[in-house]
Design a protein around this ligand. Sequence first.
Ligand code: NAP
Length: 283
Amino acid sequence: MPYPTATPATWFVTGASRGLGLELVRQLLERGENVAATSRSTERLLAGLADVSTENLEPLELDLVDGAAVDSAVARTLERFGSLDVVVNNAGYGYLASVEETSDDDVRQMLDVQVVGAWNVLRAAIPHLRTARSGHIINISSILGLTTLPGWGLYSAGKFALNGMSEALAGEMAEFGVHVSIVEPGYFRTSFLTTGSLVLPAATVDAYPAIREMTRNHFDLQGHQLGDPVKGADAIIGIALAGKGPLNQLLGSDSYQYAQARIAALTADVEDGRALAMTTDHT
Ligand code: NAP
């Protein structure tokens, strides 16, 4: 069900101090919506919003992996605004390395942020959306949650996991009138390709010069990405306002092209394996 537009809606947005999250919060505040915004640094979040009224903002400093802190943040949102309409799981970061170079700590941290963190938010928010029988969950994935490339194994592991969970969730929520969207951006001009947002392995192996070259190329791409975060945030607001739309919402012409190539490759692959697949049933 579309969220009510007559009165301010309440949004809960994670990873809000930079990039797409920050732009989304800015546009929501400009529209007069209520916004609970999580960040690891509310100081950075407030500095990013210095030019907009923050009267309707509830800044929440927390670590998304801390389930109790997430529960408190959602409770605080309801206490202050009296409702919860749209939940945006946006926090995420990149990681570029071969599978072999990816450390155990790096794997756990990525899955903590992109899967456990999102799951904590959903576990806290869903009971309110479900009982209200309305609302919208928007999980910010990536085109690399639908397809992948060498060097992006860990990032894609997190985003594919988010996609799988979101797709199951969409089915679970349908009967409660809660809509689920998976947003899959291509390259957007945020901080994503800068040091700190794009994490590299502590130790590299000489056997992967192509991944090193791709890493350099990605840092060089910073500032030249096709995607405009202002338009991206506006599109995300539009998805919630419509209260419907595709489960997989690509953002960006690059994302659309990668998705089409993936669909063609997956179809060809499934057909390649068809003859063998047909041999394993009980007869
Ligand atoms: P960004 O400018 O780097 O912002 C990422 C946000 O995620 C930050 O505000 C940060 O929140 C949060 N974050 C980063 N690392 C984190 C960590 N270790 N723990 C918790 N939170 C962390 O990048 P962005 O482009 O806006 O990214 C937003 C979402 O879009 C991410 O999920 C990203 O994977 C996805 N995406 C981006 C692109 C792109 O090209 N930009 C493409 C596809 C998908 P705080 O610092 O406020 O805590």
